[in-house]
Design a protein around this ligand. Structure first.
Ligand code: AMP
Ligand code: GLY
Length: 429
């Protein structure tokens, strides 16, 4: 099969890496891809949100299956567009993608279908929102309704901070229209877990559990980022808790959408807070997680392509079983100096080969470019080209072995200003 993967991050690198292992795969393209992805796929210079050009490319290149990484093309309706041209594509339709593209839609669906979640109110008027914040007090959480590249959630420790967040979203429009409506909600306490499933709306296949690390510094200090690491499985998600999350959160959301006339096909990602009153949904994403994908897929022993294909055709019942390696996986993200603020790029990266040569280690690229130096050896050089640069993933018999191996590999890699957290996976010990 000829496959097109859309996106340019570590998640897409892991997808390309896993799809390349399928016996059904003949060739993989990735648009736009990155320096590391170019090692396993032909990178095409089309941006992930340029649906017209992606469609033309898929037709011209006779693509058999398109796999969408990021949420933006999904929210723009790439699946609807490809499907109307009889092109096979894996991901939810535009109406189904509202689950991530509109937090108001998502919370209202949760309320209607009894999905446990934080108490909330919706506002389009800053004054009303501020009055509500005064009434409920701090801590509380303010969320922009629309897509805000992962920056639309403020967990406010004080009433002042929450009011400031509301005013910057509704009045100063820092997220444009995405913040013209906001949610103010109860602050949940507990540990977070990521539960990803593949579904065709009728059947659901749960992927292995995982947990991510959102803050830039060790011990969850400093600002939120596009995520600095992850591990799988999340030991706090016991079998009975996993079952509970599926039954009370995942199935209710998928069935609720179906009752609204919306069929969900694709990956559904539930961001869960395990509170003392049980699991509650904080958010739904309509795509694979990043870097959850980098720790979940290396543990999958089944053919991902077969599963994705079945789901995209609405025939997931064809898949009888998906296998998982017992060995835990850890992913440490290496970021550029300055990230998540303004960051540097163009720094040469060394040690990639030495790291990737290690047993049970894979180095997934998030933000790199490759340049081939035309010397007699013609070796490829890699340079940083993003806030998050690499995700080093290691597997081990135990979580401690996976942690040790991942950090051994990470220490072989160098670029100027490189930063990574030293405590990824510690919570699982
Ligand atoms: P979301 O995009 O809704 O998942 O929010 C991003 C992050 O904000 C989550 O992963 C949590 O760390 C935090 N968060 C979101 N909602 C809540 C909440 N109700 N209580 C506490 N933390 C939250
Ligand atoms: N790991 C967070 C996300 O993918 O949104």
């Amino acid at each position: 099969m000829r496959i097109l993967v859309i996106g340019s991050g570590g998640r897409e690198h892991a997808l390309v890496w896993k799809l390349a292992q399928s016996k059904l795969t003949d060739k993989i393209f990735c648009s736009p891809g990155n320096g590391g992805i170019a090692g396993g796929a032909e990178c095409i210079d089309i941006q992930a949100d340029d649906i017209g050009q992606l469609l033309d490319f898929a037709v011209a290149e006779k693509i058999d299956l398109t796999v969408v990484g990021p949420e933006v093309p999904l929210a723009l309706g790439i699946v609807d567009e490809f499907s109307s041209h009889k092109l096979r594509i894996f991901g939810p339709s535009r109406p189904a993608s509202q689950l991530e593209a509109s937090k108001v839609f998502s919370k209202e669906l949760m309320a209607k279908y009894n999905v446990p979640t934080a108490h909330f109110e919706v506002f389009d008027d800053a004054l009303q929102a501020e009055k509500y914040i005064e009434r409920i007090g701090a801590p509380c959480v303010v969320k922009a309704d629309g897509l805000a590249a992962g920056k639309g959630v403020v967990v406010a420790k004080t009433v002042e901070e929450a009011k400031q967040a509301v005013s910057s979203m509704i009045e100063d429009k820092i997220f444009g229209d995405a913040g013209s409506r906001v949610i103010v909600e109860e602050c949940l306490e507990g540990q977070e877990a990521s539960i990803l499933v593949i579904t065709d709306s009728k059947e659901v296949i749960a992927l292995a559990s995982s947990q991510d690390h959102k803050r830039i510094f060790d011990n969850d200090q400093g600002p939120n980022t596009g995520v600095m690491g992850a591990y799988s499985p999340a030991p706090l998600v016991t079998n009975s808790l996993f079952k509970d999350i599926l039954e009370r959160i995942v199935y209710r959301a998928i069935d609720g959408l179906a009752r609204e006339g919306i069929e969900y096909r694709g990956v559904l990602y539930a961001g869960i807070m395990i509170t003392k009153d049980g699991p509650k949904a904080m958010e739904f994403n309509v795509r694979f997680g990043d870097p959850e994908t980098q720790v979940v897929l290396p543990r999958m022993t089944s053919d991902l392509l077969e599963v994705i294909l079945a789901a995209s055709e609405g025939k997931l019942s064809r898949i009888k079983r998906v296998g998982w390696a017992k060995e835990p996986c850890v992913c440490v993200v290496c970021s550029s100096k300055g990230y998540p603020g303004k960051y540097e790029s163009g720094k040469e990266i060394s040690g990639l080969k030495e790291a990737a040569r290690m047993k049970d280690v894979a180095v997934f690229h998030s933000g790199t470019v490759q340049s081939t130096v035309h010397s007699p050896q013609s070796t490829a050089k890699y340079f940083t080209n993003g806030g998050r640069v690499l995700g080093v993933t290691g597997r081990g018999k135990t979580i401690s072995e996976a942690i040790r191996r991942t950090y051994q590999a990470t220490e072989k890699i160098r670029f100027e200003g490189m930063h990574y957290r030293k405590d990824i996976g510690k919570k699982a010990l």
